[in-house]
Design a protein around this ligand. Structure first.
Ligand code: SF4
Length: 214
């Protein structure tokens, strides 16, 4: 994955997607306030050969919603890409991150107020995620960052939710053969409250890499 290369990956939402009125209104509000920001559905980063997908919650207002790239421009992205770099899965170029073989996206493509998409918004955006993941023939493992991503990934890949309960570090083998690994979201809030430590986050990613290799 070279994130400076524009991707027209299947399941990329149109930049004017209007399925979620509340998020469209929020987008318009941000466009008026910050004319230079991305302020549109954030497309995934990755390529058709990805073996691991990382699914987050939704673009951070001042992160991906500003830069137009998932996990770029905020503290969550620093921890994510920093950990991937530690594991030899990503490298930082002067302009951007390079993470070959990885695919990075969100359960909800538009920034929600307070970082909290509602149930209808999660439902509306799920077909995009399903298309994105279905278009990765080499996909072996999906890392879900937080419970919303966990639920979205299971429904997108094909599995029954009650069978698979979210738990940090828990791995779920889904009927499709893809393994889902859960982690608490690498948000600054979770780090600051101690719910997630960088070591816990790294351990979940190490487990995902091992499961993909095994
Ligand atoms: S969150 Fe997804 S479904 Fe809703 S408006 Fe944005 S791109 Fe469309």
């Amino acid at each position: 994955m070279t994130d400076e290369t524009p991707i027209a990956h299947p399941g990329t939402p149109p930049s004017d997607c209007a399925l979620c009125p509340r998020l469209v209104a929020y987008r318009a509000e941000q466009q008026a306030r910050h004319a230079t920001w991305w302020n549109a559905p954030v497309p995934p980063l990755g390529d058709a050969a990805a073996w691991m997908a990382i699914v987050g919650l939704a673009p951070g207002l001042k992160g991906a919603n500003r830069t137009g790239k998932p996990f770029h421009g905020d503290e969550a992205g620093k921890l994510l890409f920093g950990t991937l770099a530690e594991l030899g899965l990503a490298s930082e170029t002067p302009e951007a991150w390079d993470a070959p073989g990885l695919f990075i996206t969100n359960a909800v493509a538009c920034a929600p107020p307070g970082n909290l998409p509602d149930t209808g918004e999660k439902h509306a955006c799920r077909p995009y995620l399903a298309q994105q993941l279905a278009a990765l023939p080499n996909l072996k493992v999906v890392v879900a960052l937080g419970e919303t991503a966990h639920q979205a990934a299971i429904k997108a890949i094909g599995g029954k939710l009650p069978k698979y309960r979210f738990g940090h570090g828990v791995a779920h083998k889904l009927p499709s053969g893809i393994t889902l690994v859960d982690s608490y979201h690498c948000s600054r809030l979770n780090i600051n409250t101690g719910l997630l430590t960088p070591e816990m986050f790294k351990a979940a990613l190490v487990a995902a890499v091992a499961l993909a290799a095994g």
